[in-house]
Write a protein that binds this ligand. Structure first.
Ligand code: NAP
Length: 232
């Protein structure tokens, strides 16, 4: 039987790659984002226009049973300490944490109806590794990691809740950091594995974490970061 995936933010970047893989693996995908995912022609993808900052999920349009929930929206708001404002912190917290929790909470009754449900969120390498200009986004993503562990504890043994912590990955979100050959080369050299992230590879990890094969993994922050968080 086809499994149901609810993905928040599947119109670009990692989320779009997840949708491509999910429809090939026979999931029925319910996407919620402001723009429609393009280039995927299948009846197995249902798009709902949705802004996590202003809309509340209409639970009547959710599938009755949700086998996997993935929350992708995030931000890369890099500023030195003297330029960061309270509003920067509030904006980052709103999209990365508050809206993530709110959509997850709304979906949870339907998630609990699945036999082996999975939930997945995204963090950044800048939580584990101190990086200049990351104070606001690192604070928000650290909150995501704490939320993931807490939800994993509260929902065990029913729902597996995990997180992928990325380093710089080639998506629209990171486009300004990778828009010249010089930046791409410098980004590659900064990583122990000498390359920046590929969204399709991240999507493969996400597909594993929502699959039955990850049934003994919960409350984890999995680092997909070219070795950045752990190797000097
Ligand atoms: N790329 C990196 O280098 C990197 C590094 C560390 C962590 N991460 C994290 O990885 C996750 C995925 O990032 P990505 O690079 O794939 O980002 P992306 O290319 O910007 O994709 C983000 C997705 O979220 C959706 N989204 C954004 N704001 C939204 C809103 N207000 N309401 C509804 N949907 C919204 C976007 O769709 P619409 O615009 O159509 O709404 C899009 O589908 C994020 O949580 C990010 O913080 C990424």
């Amino acid at each position: 039987m086809a499994k149901n995936l609810v993905i928040i933010g599947g119109s670009s970047g990692v989320g779009l790659e997840i949708i491509k893989k999910a429809v090939n693996l026979n999931y029925t995908v319910y996407n919620f984002s402001r723009n429609e995912p393009l280039g995927i022609n299948t009846n197995s993808l249902i798009h709902h226009q949705h802004d996590v900052l202003s809309d509340t999920i209409d639970t009547s349009i959710l599938p009755d049973m949700i086998d996997a929930f993935i929350y992708c929206p995030g931000s890369i708001n890099l500023k030195p300490i003297n330029r960061l404002t309270k509003d920067d912190f509030r904006t980052d917290y709103e999209i990365n944490v508050v809206s993530a929790f709110d959509t997850f909470q709304k979906c949870l009754p339907n998630i609990k109806k699945s036999d082996a449900p999975k939930a997945l969120f995204f963090s950044t390498v800048a939580v584990a590794q101190g990086m200049t200009f990351h104070a606001s986004i690192a604070a928000s993503k650290a909150a995501v990691e704490g939320m993931v562990r807490s939800c994993a504890a509260e929902l065990a043994p029913k729902v597996n809740v995990n997180c992928i912590a990325l380093s710089l990955t080639d998506t629209p979100l990171a486009s300004k950091l990778l828009d010249t050959d010089a930046k791409k080369e410098a980004a590659s050299q900064r990583h122990p594995l000498k390359k920046y992230g590929n969204p399709s590879e991240i999507a493969s990890l996400a597909m594993f974490l929502i699959s039955y094969d990850s049934s003994w993994i919960t409350g984890q922050v999995i680092h997909a970061d070219g070795g950045m968080s752990i190797i000097r």
